[in-house]
Design a protein around this ligand. Structure first.
Ligand SMILES: [Zn+2]
Length: 134
């Protein structure tokens, strides 16, 4: 089983079959969002009273330490750490835009882009830190 960790406090944010995030919508309402732990699976669950509109930018926070998970690479990408069973860590970035399917997994000098919308984050839109992977 792959684990997922907060990059700041290293708390496990995968519990059971979900990744657990605290998120804030554009109306500044906060809620809990559960996401599928498989890279490229964009299924998510939330309580129906917490409203997320298609295309809305969400702010993601670690549920343990409350730190923003916004990546330093692109303001629309959220950063978490994927830890394989073997103990190897990968940086994983995914879009914070609701309905947008883009995920990037990096390991050493390798980059894997997943999702129908990954092309939106092209060479020109990414920061210098990411460009070395492309
Ligand atoms: Zn944390």
């Amino acid at each position: 089983m792959n684990n997922f960790l907060c990059p700041k406090c290293l708390a496990h944010i995968r519990v059971g079959t979900h990744l657990i995030f605290k998120v804030r919508n554009q109306k500044k309402k906060t809620g809990i969002l559960l996401m599928h732990p498989q890279i490229g699976n964009y299924a998510s669950e939330k309580h129906p009273s917490f409203e997320i509109e298609e295309g809305e930018a969400l702010d993601f926070f670690c549920p343990a330490c409350n730190t923003s998970l916004e990546s330093g690479i692109h303001k629309n990408l959220v950063h978490v750490i994927l830890q394989e069973e073997s103990g190897q860590d990968h940086d994983v970035y995914f879009s914070r835009i609701s309905g947008e399917q883009s995920t990037f997994e990096t390991s050493g000098d390798a980059l894997r882009a997943v999702g129908a919308d990954a092309g939106r984050y092209t060479y020109f839109k990414l920061g210098d830190k990411f460009k070395r992977f492309l």
